[in-house]
Design a protein around this ligand. Structure first.
Ligand code: MN
Length: 233
C-alpha cells in the first residue's frame, strides 16, 4: 500500500445507465466555438477551411452529477450555462482517422459547461488562458453516461430551459466539427484513454443564471440533465 501524507481526492466518476459499474473519469476536454450561431453571439466567426478546432480542459475534480445544487461561484458577476453533448471515450486511441473514430466511443451524456463568462472574456480579450473562466470548482455538470458503443451521433435535438423557459434549442447536426472529426482531431494531440469525456460545444442562447434558478436540459435520445443554483458561499 502506498502511504500518502493526506487522503488523496476521490476518483471522479459518473453513473452508467443499466449497470451499477461507474464510469471513472480521466480527463475532461471541451471544444470551443463549435456552433456558428454561438460563435456569432460571442462576437466571433469560424471558418473551418482555415481555423483549426480548439480545446480547453476542465479538471476531473470539477465534475458534478446531474440533479445537484451548486453554489453561485466566487469571482463572477456573469455565471453562464452552456448545454452540450458529451462523448464518453471507452478505449485508447491515438492518431485515429475519422473512419476509425467510432471505435473509441463508449457512449454519450448531456452536459453543462458552466462558465464564469466575465472572467473568460477578460482572459480571451487579453490573450490569456481561460482557466479562471472555465476550469473552476463544480463547473462540469454531467448526466449519467448512456452506453452506445461505437455509435456516432449525427443528429439529435439539444435543448435547455431556465425555470421552465427555453433558452437553447438546436440540433447536434449543426456542430461545426462533428463527433468523428473531434475524436480524430483530438487524437492527433493526445493519447485518448478510457474515461476521457469530450464536451462538444454549445449552441446559441447562452446566458446568465442567478441563485434560485433551476436548469433543465437534454440531448434527445441520450439523457436529461438538471442543475439548481444555490446561494453564493
Ligand atoms: Mn462550452
Amino acid at each position: 500500500m502506498t502511504a500518502y501524507l493526506f487522503t488523496p481526492p476521490e476518483i471522479a466518476s459518473l453513473s452508467v445507465r443499466g449497470t451499477s459499474q461507474r464510469f471513472a473519469v480521466n480527463r475532461i476536454f471541451c471544444v470551443g466555438r463549435n456552433y456558428h450561431a454561438h460563435a456569432a453571439e460571442m462576437g466571433r466567426s469560424v471558418d473551418k477551411s482555415v481555423d483549426p478546432a480548439f480545446y480547453f480542459t476542465k479538471s476531473p475534480q470539477t465534475l458534478v452529477p446531474s440533479g445537484a445544487t451548486v453554489p453561485y461561484p466566487p469571482g463572477t458577476q456573469n455565471y453562464h450555462y452552456e448545454m452540450e453533448l458529451v462523448v464518453a471515450i471507452g478505449s485508447a486511441g491515438f492518431r485515429l482517422s475519422q473512419e476509425q473514430a467510432h471505435q473509441v466511443i463508449y457512449g454519450y451524456a448531456s452536459g453543462l459547461d458552466m462558465t464564469r463568462r466575465d472572467l473568460q472574456l477578460f482572459a480571451r480579450d487579453k490573450g490569456r488562458p481561460w482557466d479562471l473562466g472555465k476550469d473552476f470548482e463544480q463547473s462540469a455538470i454531467c448526466s449519467e453516461i448512456v452506453p452506445m458503443p461505437g455509435v456516432v451521433l449525427e443528429q439529435a435535438g439539444i435543448a435547455m430551459e431556465v425555470n421552465g423557459v427555453t433558452r437553447q434549442n438546436s440540433n447536434i447536426d449543426k456542430l461545426i466539427w462533428n463527433v468523428r472529426e473531434i475524436i480524430a482531431d483530438l487524437s492527433r494531440f493526445y493519447h485518448l484513454q478510457a474515461g476521457d469525456l469530450i464536451y462538444t460545444g454549445t449552441p446559441e442562447g447562452v446566458g446568465a443564471v442567478v441563485p434560485g434558478d433551476r436548469i433543465t436540459g437534454r440531448v434527445e435520445g441520450v439523457a436529461e440533465i438538471a442543475l439548481t443554483i444555490g446561494p453564493a458561499e
